[in-house]
Design a protein around this ligand. Structure first.
Ligand code: SF4
Length: 209
């Protein structure tokens, strides 16, 4: 069978964790898929921005960071609602040129930590506009694919959306929470995920962590 993979190369705009968040009313759990490379460059015969999913092992090996020039081959994602990237199943990854600059944070543009560090940090909701305007390149930002099981007694009834989060230090001056998120439930019920949820998820961290 012919491969449907496309060759690409480009500049890394961000390296962030690649996570799917599953919600069921007030319950939630995370599936850690690896990392997302936000790239600006060429894929197939098009010049544009695109998101490539790579494994944790690949990121550990290559230590990608903002400003690197990278190439590889990836296939289009078959279910874009379940994965926050455009392309995955990446192979032939190559670091063509390493970034030279070291920007002063925030945002943080270095090599992201292991996924277990994100798991330990926990996250706070992050305003989608702030993420797009100020945090896009930050290692602590994350735009997750969200799957919502509306009725746990009828798990086929699902909805999908994207949500943005911050795993970064609590002192970050760019941080804005944005509106409280609402999760639809059975029989028209709605769960409002208020500030105490974020406070609880990050209570083990000091302001500097
Ligand atoms: S708010 Fe979070 S994601 Fe945005 S720059 Fe600060 S630490 Fe990074």
């Amino acid at each position: 069978m012919a491969s449907n993979k496309l060759s690409w190369h480009g500049t890394v705009i961000a390296v962030q964790p690649r996570i799917r968040l599953t919600r069921s009313f007030d319950q939630r759990y995370h599936t850690y898929l690896g990392y997302t490379l936000h790239l600006q460059g060429e894929i197939g015969d098009e010049e544009r921005g695109f998101l490539v999913g790579i494994s944790e092992a690949a990121q550990t090996k290559h230590q990608f960071r903002v400003g690197d020039t990278v190439s590889g081959q990836s296939a289009p994602v078959t279910n874009p609602q379940m994965d926050p990237v455009d392309y995955y199943k990446t192979n032939s990854l190559r670091l063509i040129e390493q970034a030279a600059r070291e920007d002063k944070p925030p945002p943080w543009h270095g090599v992201p930590p292991e996924l277990q560090v994100y798991r330990w940090h926990g996250h706070r909701r992050l305003n989608a506009q702030t993420y797009a305007a100020k945090c896009g390149g930050c290692i602590w930002g994350c735009r997750m694919a969200v799957e919502i099981i509306v009725d746990q007694w009828n798990p086929q009834q699902k909805r999908y959306r994207a949500e943005t989060f911050c795993y970064g230090p609590k002192f970050c001056s760019l941080y804005k929470a944005g509106p409280v998120r609402k999760v639809p439930g059975r029989k028209g019920m709605v769960w409002e995920e208020e500030d105490w949820v974020d406070e609880d998820a990050t209570a083990h961290r000091t302001m500097d962590e």
